[in-house]
Design a protein around this ligand. Structure first.
Ligand code: SAM
Length: 221
């Protein structure tokens, strides 16, 4: 059986982490990604008093900056691999930042079930996560995010292809995406309909993002 993404191959994280590849695992671009993404998060409403859930946070490529910018204890993260998040915590955070992020805020979660995430979450982010997964994962995430009473915005990226695309699609910076295998694309209407189904009103924002990803915000309707 084909795995939905390379992350799901047996032993993927163990092997890559043993080789010291925790930055590569999340796509490298270690400085470029936060330089582009952090101002967009502020533009789309993330403030210094929010409580953030960083879904699929990886080795904290964005998290290391977000923890520093938010009040202590206001950053929570989930990922398919807790070992990957812990590697980021150990190696990429300075001591002050580590003090602001208790390791029990880094939670392994393969199903977008968000176990042990508190009700105080106000914003959820999933950057470069649903680009790696079939559309039912976005559905599951949005369905399960509905239980957070203070949530006012979800910010996420996907790869888009024009409606009716049947074959592969080449993104702006060259990545070739697919409807039926990794890296996955959807069409814009499909994203908006999934969001609506789970009670969110979604908007596609025309930013230029690494690898040609498209950014959406989804607000509880
Ligand atoms: C390209 S990386 C992006 C990491 C981080 N969001 C960033 O931008 O630096 C994709 C991340 O999604 C995580 N991931 C893949 N499948 C997942 C799943 N089913 N549930 C949670 N996280 C998943 C991977 O472990 C990886 O850390």
């Amino acid at each position: 059986m084909r795995h939905p993404s390379p992350y799901h191959a047996p032993g993927f994280y163990d092997t890559a982490l043993a080789q010291g590849r925790h930055r590569d695992i999340v796509g490298g671009r270690w400085d470029e990604t936060p330089r582009i993404v952090l101002p967009l998060l502020a533009q789309h409403g993330l403030t210094g008093s929010d409580t953030l859930l960083d879904i699929g946070a990886g080795s904290l490529r964005l998290g290391r900056h977000l923890v520093a910018d938010l009040p202590a204890g206001h950053y929570w993260a989930t990922d398919l691999s807790r070992a990957l998040m812990l590697k980021g915590w150990e190696t990429e955070l300075d001591e002050d930042t580590r003090l602001k992020l208790p390791p029990d805020h880094l939670i392994e979660d393969a199903d977008f079930a968000f176990p042990a995430i508190p009700d105080t979450i106000t914003v959820a982010l999933a950057f470069a996560v649903f680009t790696h997964l079939p559309a039912d994962h976005l559905s599951r995430a949005l369905a399960n995010l509905r239980r957070f009473p203070a949530l006012r915005r979800v910010i996420f990226t996907v790869f888009l292809a024009p409606e009716g695309t049947t074959g592969p699609h080449r993104q702006a910076d060259g990545v070739v995406t697919h409807a039926d295998r990794f890296p996955w694309h959807m069409d814009s209407l499909q994203v908006i309909e999934i969001a609506e189904k789970y009670g969110f009103s979604a908007l596609n924002h025309p930013h230029r993002l690494p690898r040609g990803q498209a950014l959406f915000t989804a607000d509880p309707a």
